[in-house]
Design a protein around this ligand. Structure first.
Ligand code: ARG
Length: 424
C-alpha cells in the first residue's frame, strides 16, 4: 500500500507570537506541512522579514501577498459607499479584512493543493466566526485549524513553548493590549480597556494625537467623490491607498478618528473596543454630507436602514452571502448620482463638514433663500398646510375631548398645561 501523502495546511501568518508558535505546533499535533501566507492589508512593515522568520521557524514555504489594492477596491470603498458603521460608530476595519484573508487562504490552498487552512484567532472573538464562515462558503472541503482556540496554553506557557522551540519572542508581546490594524483602522482591546469606566490611556493610541497636542491651526481639506468613491484630495486625483494613507496622517495629526465603543460582539459578549480610524471617519463624514445634498429625503431615510444592515452583515461575517449581493445592488444604484466635493475642517479632534457642492445637488439657493431672489411660492404654502393638516384637524374636531380629557391622563405629555400669565 502506498504511504499516505503528508497533508498540507495553509497558515495565515502575521509574524506575531501566536502564529509563530503555530508553525511548530501544527506539525506536532496534526503531522502536516505548513505553508504560511502573510497578507499585507496596509499595516505590515517588513513582509520579507516575516517571510524569512516563517521559514526559519520551520514553514515548508512562505508566501507574502500585497492585498492593499484589492482591499481598498473590493472591501473598503464598497463599505464606505454603503455607509457601513457598526452600531453607528465602528468603521469595521478588522471585520472587513477577514473575508479577504479567507479568500486569499482559500486561493492559496487551491494552488498548493492543500488539505487545511489555519488562523490565529481565539475562541472568544468575532474574527474566528468571520474566517470560518467565509472559508466554509469558499471551500467546504478545507479542514480549518485554529491552534489558539485549541491549544489552551496561557500566554506564559506559550512564551515558554516558543523559547523551547527557538521561536524568537519579541519584547512587544509584553504589551497588555491586543491590537489589529490595516489601512482602514486600528483596533485595540484588553488591558485596562476591559474596565469600561477607565478612560483609555494615551499609550493605546499610535495613529492619533491627543487633542491637547493637536495643532492650534485648523486644516481644511477637499474631497471629491465620483459615484460615492473618493477620487481626489484638494483637487488632486489620488489612488485609493494614497488617499487613505494621507487622510490617516492628516486626521491623526489633528486628533481625529478616536472611537471608544462598548460593542455587541457576535458571540454574545459586550466588549469595550477602542479604535483609531482617521481616514474612515473623515471619509464617512464627507460621504454622508454629500448624500445629504444629492439624495431625496426618502432615499436618505432608506439608506440609513440599508447601512445598518450592511454593517451588521460585515460585522457578523456574512460577506459571502446572497443578502450581501442584494444590498450591494441597492447601494450601487443609490451611488450612481453621488458625485461632488465636500470641504472638511480638521481641528482639535473634530472633523466638521464646512462646505459641499455637486452638479447633481438637489439644494436650490433660489428656493431656500430669504432674500429677494426667492422663487418659492409662498401662497402655495397655504393650500399645502390646509391639506397636510387635514387629518389632525379632523381628529381634533371629533376626538379632542377624549385626547385631552380624563381618559387620556397617561398621554397628557402631548398637551402641556396652560402657561400662567406673568402680566399681573
Ligand atoms: N471588535 C473588533 C471586531 O470585531 C476588532 C477586533 C480586533 N481584534 C484584535 N485582536 N484587537 O471587528
Amino acid at each position: 500500500m502506498a504511504a499516505q501523502r503528508k497533508k498540507t495546511v495553509i497558515l495565515a501568518y502575521s509574524g506575531g507570537l501566536d502564529t509563530s508558535v503555530a508553525i511548530k505546533w501544527i506539525p506536532e499535533k496534526y503531522n502536516m506541512d505548513v505553508i504560511t501566507v502573510t497578507i499585507d492589508l496596509g499595516a505590515v512593515k517588513d513582509l520579507e522579514g516575516i517571510r524569512q522568520k516563517a521559514l526559519k521557524i520551520g514553514a515548508k514555504k512562505a508566501i507574502v501577498v500585497d492585498a492593499k489594492e484589492t482591499f481598498v477596491k473590493y472591501f473598503i470603498f464598497p463599505a464606505l459607499q454603503a455607509g457601513a458603521l457598526y452600531e453607528g460608530v465602528y468603521p469595521l476595519a478588522t471585520a472587513l479584512g477577514r473575508p479577504l484573508i479567507a479568500k486569499l487562504l482559500a486561493d492559496v490552498a487551491l494552488e498548493e493543493k492543500a488539505d487545511a487552512v489555519a488562523h490565529g484567532c481565539t475562541g472568544k472573538g468575532n474574527d474566528q466566526v468571520r474566517l470560518d464562515v467565509s472559508l466554509q462558503v469558499l471551500n467546504p472541503k478545507l479542514e480549518i485549524i485554529a491552534p489558539v482556540r485549541e491549544w489552551k496554553m496561557t500566554r506564559d506557557e506559550e512564551i515558554e513553548y516558543a523559547e523551547q522551540h527557538h521561536i524568537p519572542v519579541e519584547a512587544k508581546i509584553k504589551s497588555p493590549y491586543s491590537t489589529d490594524e490595516n489601512l482602514w483602522g486600528r483596533s485595540i482591546e484588553c488591558g485596562i480597556l476591559e474596565d469600561p469606566w477607565a478612560e483609555p490611556p494615551e499609550e493605546v493610541y499610535k495613529w492619533t494625537k491627543s487633542v491637547k497636542d493637536a495643532p492650534q491651526e485648523p486644516q481644511y481639506i477637499e474631497i471629491r467623490f465620483e459615484k460615492g468613491v473618493p477620487v481626489a484630495l484638494n483637487d488632486e486625483e489620488t489612488d485609493g491607498i494614497t488617499l487613505i494613507n494621507t487622510l490617516n496622517a492628516w486626521g491623526g495629526k489633528h486628533g481625529v478618528g478616536r472611537i471608544d465603543h462598548l460593542e455587541n460582539r457576535l458571540v454574545g459578549i459586550k466588549s469595550r473596543e477602542v479604535y483609531e480610524a482617521p481616514a474612515a471617519i473623515i471619509l464617512h463624514t464627507a460621504h454622508r454630507a454629500l448624500e445629504g445634498m444629492i439624495m431625496t429625503k426618502d432615499a436618505l431615510r432608506f439608506k440609513d436602514i440599508v447601512s445598518a444592515h450592511y454593517a451588521d452583515l460585515i460585522y457578523n461575517g456574512l460577506w459571502f452571502s446572497a443578502f450581501h449581493q442584494d444590498l450591494v445592488a441597492y447601494v450601487l444604484s443609490s451611488q450612481r448620482i453621488l458625485s461632488g466635493t465636500v470641504r472638511i475642517r480638521l481641528s482639535k479632534g473634530t472633523c466638521t463638514v464646512v462646505g459641499r457642492k455637486s452638479p447633481l445637488s438637489l439644494y436650490s439657493e433660489k428656493l431656500a433663500t430669504y432674500q429677494k431672489e426667492d422663487t418659492f411660492d409662498h401662497s402655495a404654502a397655504l393650500g399645502f398646510i390646509k391639506i397636510y393638516g387635514l387629518p389632525v384637524k379632523t381628529q381634533a374636531q371629533k376626538q379632542m375631548d377624549i385626547l385631552t380629557g380624563r381618559e387620556a391622563l397617561h398621554l397628557e405629555s402631548i398637551m402641556p398645561p396652560k402657561v400662567k400669565s406673568i402680566d399681573k
